[in-house]
Design a protein around this ligand. Structure first.
Ligand code: SF4
Ligand code: SF4
Length: 484
């Protein structure tokens, strides 16, 4: 079990050490002190709204469609009530690209604001699971004591109840996750039908529950360190103008403990006696380690911006408490940028931000144009697989086709199909001429052409799909005929 001194990472070593890994490569378990303060309060309120939204999400509908559904297995995607079909893959890819550039731009300006305030991992870990742990096992020092203590009835009860609640929460999150993936109706069937009817779905539920339990009970900050790709990419997205949780080293250094300061001020010791250099000038940091003790990532923010920092703001609150006590202005640790601290200059608009913004603008415009060009109906006509042409009386030939019409609107649409080139007969074989909103209609028809209209083995057919007398789509396909 590592004390804060065991994992103390100094200015010289923090770049090649992880606070959560000990000398032998084992895990240094982090026991962050319970945070309190204005930022923690604000984060709690914001997290409550987000949690309410997360849990309500699968049940919110827009025009009868879920707010969000990402069903990869069934290839059903609904984003903000708009259903995307497999045929809209290019739109999804474009939308994803736009989203990624927006994230990069946001990060270049605001650093990891998302991680601290809105990331589900941080919210569930710090606001839900960590709170349960504080409630059952007490603050950091009580947790350390409990873990060192022998297995008494009290310890067994505390550990068992904590892990039972953790598993219950993980089960809840797993259900929520499934509802987002398969939709609320399929999820409801999964939990209400006899288990034998949904063995696959129930297995997924149990696996996801186990994964979430493992993440929040054991992996914790390791997910942010090693699994999250967003965290790993921070170093390439941030620059000296990005806003981060930062220690104001200009104001804080040289740091010294209160006792040492008093000794020097009272003339009871010289700077050299206490190991300071002769040119030491005390700053506002009293080296009390409160900012380190509250950090759920186990780092010392005074070493500068670090990959592990998730911007949870706990160190800001802790240091503000200290500043209040020693009668110094708050904000020794605060949201700021390297340039703002070093040069006293805050510059949000810089060439990088302008570059990202320009790319984002182009992508957003293209995405909007593509969305507006997205046709309401999408028709596919294919010659029936495995069939050849049929010879008809009067030197005529026929091919049979399958037609599939996707209606991307929310209303029922009537349509008619017309063969515009070459001239020929279109014979319906039980074709459907209307398609319900957000669904697909399928049918079959036959095309009959005279020999003089054929162009050898393959003749191109051009169809028009009309709705309310207007051409909504032109579809091309091939007609198989005799070679001569
Ligand atoms: S350094 Fe501060 S903001 Fe960053 S993770 Fe630690 S406590 Fe949170
Ligand atoms: S809490 Fe503030 S004063 Fe204390 S060590 Fe951290 S930065 Fe220095």
């Amino acid at each position: 079990m590592a004390s804060i001194d065991d994992r103390r990472i100094t200015k010289d070593t923090y770049r090649d050490h992880l606070a959560t890994v000990n000398e032998k490569g084992g895990r240094n378990w982090i026991y962050p002190k319970k945070p309190s303060g204005r930022y923690y309060k604000a984060r709690n309120i914001f997290a409550l709204f987000l949690l309410a939204f997360f849990f309500a999400g699968p049940f919110i509908e827009i025009n009868g469609q879920p707010l969000l559904m990402i069903n990869i297995l069934e290839r059903e995607f609904v984003i903000f009530g708009v259903r995307f079909w497999p045929q809209d893959l290019h739109l999804l890819v474009f939308g994803m690209l736009t989203f990624i550039i927006a994230v990069v731009l946001f990060t270049a300006i605001f650093g990891r604001l998302f991680c601290g305030w809105a990331c589900p991992q941080t919210i569930f870990m710090e606001i839900v699971f960590r709170r349960i742990e504080y409630w059952i096992e007490g603050d950091a020092s009580s947790q350390i004591r409990l873990n060192k203590a022998p297995w008494t009835t009290e310890k067994i009860l505390k550990k068992a109840s904590k892990h039972a609640i953790f598993y219950g929460m993980a089960f809840l999150i797993s259900n929520l996750f499934l509802a987002y993936v398969i939709g609320k109706d399929a999820w409801f069937e999964l939990v209400t039908d006899p288990p034998s009817q949904h063995l696959g779905g129930l297995s997924a539920m149990i696996i996801f529950s186990g994964v979430f339990y493992g993440v929040f009970a054991f992996m914790r900050e390791q997910v942010c360190h090693f699994v999250c790709p967003y965290g790993r990419m921070q170093s390439v997205m941030l620059d000296n103008n990005s806003i981060n949780v930062m220690y104001d080293y200009v104001r804080g250094e040289d740091r010294a403990r209160v006792g040492d300061r008093k000794k020097v001020e009272a003339g009871k010791a010289t700077l050299a006696d206490l190991g300071f250099s002769e040119d030491t000038s005390f700053g506002d940091c009293i080296d009390c380690y409160q900012c380190v003790k509250v950090c759920p990532m186990g780092i010392d923010i005074r070493n500068g911006t670090q990959l592990e920092c998730v911007h949870c703001t706990a160190c800001i609150d802790a240091c503000d408490h200290v500043m209040d006590k020693i009668d110094k202005p708050r904000g020794l640790i605060r949201y700021s940028s390297e340039n703002a601290i070093r040069e006293k200059e805050r510059k949000i608009v810089n060439p990088r931000v302008i570059g990202y913004s320009s790319v984002l603008l182009v992508l957003m415009t293209t995405f909007v144009v593509l969305m507006s060009m997205r046709s309401d109906l999408e028709t596919t006509i294919l010659r029936e697989p495995g069939t050849l042409y049929q010879e008809l009386p009067g030197d005529r030939f026929s091919n049979i086709y399958d037609i599939k019409v996707i209606n991307k609107t929310f209303d029922e649409v009537d349509y008619e199909l017309e063969l515009v080139s070459p001239q020929g007969a279109l014979v319906s074989l039980g074709n459907v001429t209307s398609v319900e909103g957000q669904s697909i209609s399928e049918g079959r028809f036959m095309v009959q052409l005279s020999r003089e209209d054929l162009n050898g083995l393959q003749t191109e057919l051009i169809f028009q799909v009309k709705s309310n007398g207007e051409v909504v789509e032109t579809v091309r396909t091939g007609f198989l005929g005799p070679a001569n």
